[in-house]
Design a protein around this ligand. Structure first.
Ligand code: ADP
Ligand code: MG
Length: 484
């Protein structure tokens, strides 16, 4: 395996397990009616429950339960119709209850599996251990005052899904692909917006190393990593740190570490707590969560087509290559855009334009599909102009760039700039005659059997017509006129 790291004492394998915290899309919090909108004024979305006031009672938000079940189904996981909320006790200034309501021994979702897609086109199945519902904590803000810490409780009580993987990943690439896939699935399902910059998705990254075939090594857990790039940096750093220690005859402490994005390193935060440190016990304010199979079936009936199924369909029904299909299903927004462009058009052509020139322009402008300055309908309109022969494919590339800058329709740009393809035989013949008359030597070369010279002639005509001559016609007419 290419993922192994060469060391002085032999080859090392890195083992990775991820705990992904995904914020549930829901108007209100897990156990209170307070709002969850991002960016609201500090402490403006806090109910008495979220503030941990004595005597307040939590009430489960049914939408959050539906979202967890929906996510579980999307992760091909077992749904537990009976689950239990537990108190996980610890002290933080931004955790006013003094405990987090979470799920421990009986989570709402059990084992599942996610197929991750790797760079080289291969895919691997990664096991999911569980998905459970829990409350988020508030946020301590240390940079507003020289000596004081501010606390914002807007996040306090927001519903999170913690998705715990099995220790099945063997490289930073696989870990990145896993998070990307989880994020894509949740976005397709509409259960988490997956926005890592806003903190709606983050991961605890568990890393250990071992010689292949050995038992699992002791892991370090890197807390709260909020970008895929950081996660991969942290894995690389942790891998070499642990190998160095072990090769020097040392041993790894099971500990919680922090990633420092400035230096790309990790440093110890605290020694790893054990489950018993939290004194988990069933929350006496909440009954066990029970729902029927019909409830689950009702949710199952509304699941959208997910990326793996979509990919298969694109290949089987639209005739796309595996690579094209993979790229186009990788994010819901891309798939929606592509499908609109492809409707009523040649799928392969639509696929080429979307992931070719269109993606290149998006990339250059550092934009996501959702922020594209042109709509799918507009890109479709451009393709129509090529299909009906109004413009050549080459001119269309320039038109697309102008569309991107101006947001105008292709037809408007073609009209204004006079880019219509010249398919008028007379006009093209006129240009050909001129070039032939002026280049007797080239004509002789061609007639003498040098077929390549035809390309030179085509180039001349295209230049003379500013790229607007219909290339097939130019070819055909040239061959006729150059015949000895
Ligand atoms: P905790 O809350 O103590 O972190 P969890 O069960 O929630 O425990 O999560 C443990 C995570 O660590 C899982 O994702 C699991 O796959 C991963 N893991 C367990 N053992 C190892 C190991 N030896 N190396 C790497 N990852 C591991
Ligand atoms: Mg953990």
């Amino acid at each position: 395996m290419s993922n192994l790291v060469e060391g002085a004492t032999g080859r090392w394998e890195v083992v990775i397990g991820l705990e992904v915290h995904a914020q549930v899309i829901s108007q209100s919090k897990l156990f209170s009616g307070a709002a969850t909108a991002f960016g609201a004024a500090a402490n403006s979305q806090v109910s008495l429950v979220d503030a941990g006031m004595p005597g307040m009672l939590p009430v489960i938000n049914e939408v959050a339960v539906e979202q967890a079940v929906r996510s579980g189904l999307g992760l091909n996981a077992k749904i537990n119709t009976y689950s239990v909320f537990d108190r996980k006790n610890y002290f933080y200034a931004d955790l006013p209850q003094g405990y987090q309501i979470s799920q421990y021994l009986q989570p709402i979702v059990g084992e599942g599996v996610i197929t991750v897609d790797l760079e080289d086109g291969s895919s691997r199945d990664i096991g999911v251990e569980r998905l459970h519902l829990e409350q988020d904590a508030g946020k301590s803000i240390h940079d507003r005052h020289p000596t004081k810490t501010h606390v914002d409780l807007n996040r306090s009580g927001v519903a999170l899904m913690e998705i715990v993987s099995k220790p099945d990943m063997r490289s930073a690439e696989e870990a990145g692909a896993y998070v990307r896939k989880v994020r894509a699935i949740l976005r397709y399902l509409g259960t988490c917006d997956g926005n890592m910059e806003e903190g709606s998705m983050r991961a605890d990254v568990n890393v250990s190393v071992r010689h292949p075939g050995d038992e699992l090594g002791t892991r370090a857990e890197i807390k709260n990593v909020n970008s895929i790039r950081f996660m991969q940096q942290a894995i690389h750093y942790e891998t070499s740190r642990q190998i160095d220690i072990l090769e020097d005859g040392g041993s790894i402490d099971q500990e919680t570490r922090l990633f420092d994005s400035q230096t790309g390193t990790t440093r110890p935060m605290r020694s790893k707590e054990e489950a018993h440190d939290y004194r988990y016990f069933p929350d006496p304010d909440l009954l066990p969560l029970e729902f029927s199979d019909e409830f689950v079936d009702g949710i199952r009936a509304t699941l959208p087509e997910l990326p793996d199924a979509k990919k298969k369909r694109y290949m089987a029904e639209l005739g796309l290559s595996e690579h094209d299909a993979q790229v186009l299903v990788s994010e819901r927004d891309i798939a929606v855009f592509f499908e609109e462009v492809a409707t009523g058009r040649e799928a392969k052509v639509a696929a080429n334009w979307v992931q070719g020139d269109f993606f290149a322009l998006l990339g250059k402008a550092e934009l996501e599909v959702a922020d594209s300055p042109i709509s799918a309908a507009q890109l479709g309109g451009l393709i129509d102009l090529i299909t009906d022969g109004t413009i050549s494919g080459k001119i269309a590339k320039d038109v697309l760039e102008t569309m991107f800058e101006s947001g105008q329709d292709a037809s408007v740009i073609v009209e204004e700039k006079g880019l219509k393809q010249v398919s008028d035989t007379g006009a093209i013949e006129g240009e050909i005659d001129k070039v032939i008359a002026a280049n007797a030597d080239k004509v002789a070369e061609f007639r003498g059997g040098k077929d390549k010279v035809l390309g030179w002639f085509v180039g001349q005509i295209m230049q003379a017509t500013k790229g607007k001559a219909n290339p097939q016609m130019v070819n055909q007419l040239l061959r006729e006129k150059l015949k000895p």
